[in-house]
Design a binder for this molecule. Sequence first.
Ligand SMILES: Cc1cc2nc3c(=O)[nH]c(=O)nc-3n(C[C@H](O)[C@H](O)[C@H](O)COP(=O)(O)OP(=O)(O)OC[C@H]3O[C@@H](n4cnc5c(N)ncnc54)[C@H](O)[C@@H]3O)c2cc1C
Length: 408
Amino acid sequence: MNDSHFDVIIIGSGICGTSTAFHLKQRGAGRVLVLEQGAICSGTTSHAPGLVGQLRADPALMRLLRESVAFYAEHGDGGYQAVGSLRLAASEARWREILKQKAQADEAGLACELLSTEQALEKFPYFDAESVQGALWVPEDGSADAVALTLAIRTRALEAGVEFRAQSRVTAFGEGSVRVGDDDEWLFAPVIVMATGVWSWPLAELAGVYLPVVPMQHQVVWSEDLPWLDEDRPLPNLRDPDGLVYFRQKGRQLVLGGYERDPRAFDPRSIRAGVAKPTEQVFDAEHFESLLTNGKVRVPALRDKAMKWSRTLNGIESFTPDGHFLLGPFPQKKGLWAACGFCAHGVSGSGGVGRFMADWISDGRPSMPVPGMEVARYQEAHERMTFDEAVESVTAIYSTYYDIDKSV
Ligand SMILES: Cc1cc2nc3c(=O)[nH]c(=O)nc-3n(C[C@H](O)[C@H](O)[C@H](O)COP(=O)(O)OP(=O)(O)OC[C@H]3O[C@@H](n4cnc5c(N)ncnc54)[C@H](O)[C@@H]3O)c2cc1C
C-alpha cells in the first residue's frame, strides 16, 4: 500500500467524522484518513452549545443517543458532563405528551422520572412556575463542550492510528477515489464516508448522488456571568417546549436558544472557501426577539435590564426534509457512504452514530434496522426534491419542532 491508498477515507473532521474514524479503528480497520477542508473541527461542531439529550420517539434513534452518552462519559475527557435535563410541561396537552414520552423511555430502558413543579424547582430554582404542570427529569442527559469533546475523541483516534489532514478539500470523486485540492492529487479507498455537515448537498452532487441536507440558521445567546450560578454545581439543561426555548448553563453563564416559527434556510453554495468561520452568519436580533421574550418569561432573572449578552450566535445546522438523520451506503455508488443531516442533534448523536457506522462498514450490514435514517430512502428519482422543495419541507418541520405530538 502506498501513501495515497487507504482502507477508509472520511471527509469532514467534525464530531461525526472524528467519532466514526475512532470507532473504525476500534473495529480493526486498517488505514483510516480524515480529510478536512479547513482547520480541524471548524464546521458546525465548532460552535454548538452542546445539550446532549436522549429522549426521542424513535427507539432506534434513542438507542444511538444512549450509546453516545455512554461513549462520551467514558472517552469525553472532561468534554462531557452528565448534568441531567428537565422538560417542562406548561399545558395539559404537553403533560399528556410527557406521560407518553415517559412510557417510551421506560420501554427503551432510559432512566427518567416525572416530577412535580416543586421538585423540578429544586433542580432548577430559577424558572417561573407560571402554568407549569410538572416536568420530565432525565438524570443521565448532559452537556458537552463540543470542541473539547471532539478533540478528546480525536486524540484517541490519533493514538489508535487514524491520520488527519487539515486544509485538504475534496473537490472531485472517482471510482473509489477523491481528488484533494485543485491540483491532480488523488487518494484512493474502497470506502469513502461523507461526514460533511451543511456542505453535503453540493458535495454529493459532485459525486453524482443525492443528499437532501438543508442548512438552517439556528440562533443562541450567552448571558454575561451571573453571580447566582455556581460553576461547580451546574444546573440541569432546561427545555420549555411550550415557549419554544431551551437553556443550558455554561460556566457562570446561561445559554438560551430555541426554534422560531419562521425559520430561515441558508444556501450552502454561498459559503466561500477559506473563510475562518464558515458556518456562522450575522446574528439577527429581530428574528430572535420572540425567543428572547419567551426565554425571559420562563427565566425572569434574564429580564434584568442591566444584563448584557456576552455572546450571540447565528449558526448554520443541517436539517433534512423528514427530520431524520442520513446514514449508510449509497445504493448506486459502490463504496460511498453518508453520515450527516443531524437536525440539531449531531453532538448528541455522533458518539452512537460513529459506532453504528463503523459496525455497518465493518460487518457489511447495520447492527439494527434503521429504515427511517438510511440515505437510501431518498435515492429513487421520484423521492428527490429540488433544493427549494426541500427547504419548504424542512421549514415546515423546523417551525413545528416543539409542537405537541398529535398522536397523544
Ligand atoms: C446554534 C447551534 C446549536 C446547536 N446545538 C446543539 C445541541 O445543543 N446539541 C446537539 O446535539 N447538537 C446541536 N447542534 C447541532 C450540532 O452542532 C451538529 O449537528 C453537529 O456539530 C454536526 O457535526 P458534523 O460532524 O456532522 O458536521 P460539522 O461539524 O459541520 O463537520 C463537517 C466537516 O466537514 C468538512 N467538509 C465539508 N466539505 C468538505 C470537503 N469538500 N472536503 C473536506 N472537508 C469538508 C467541514 O469543513 C466540516 O469541518 C447545534 C447547531 C447549531 C448551529
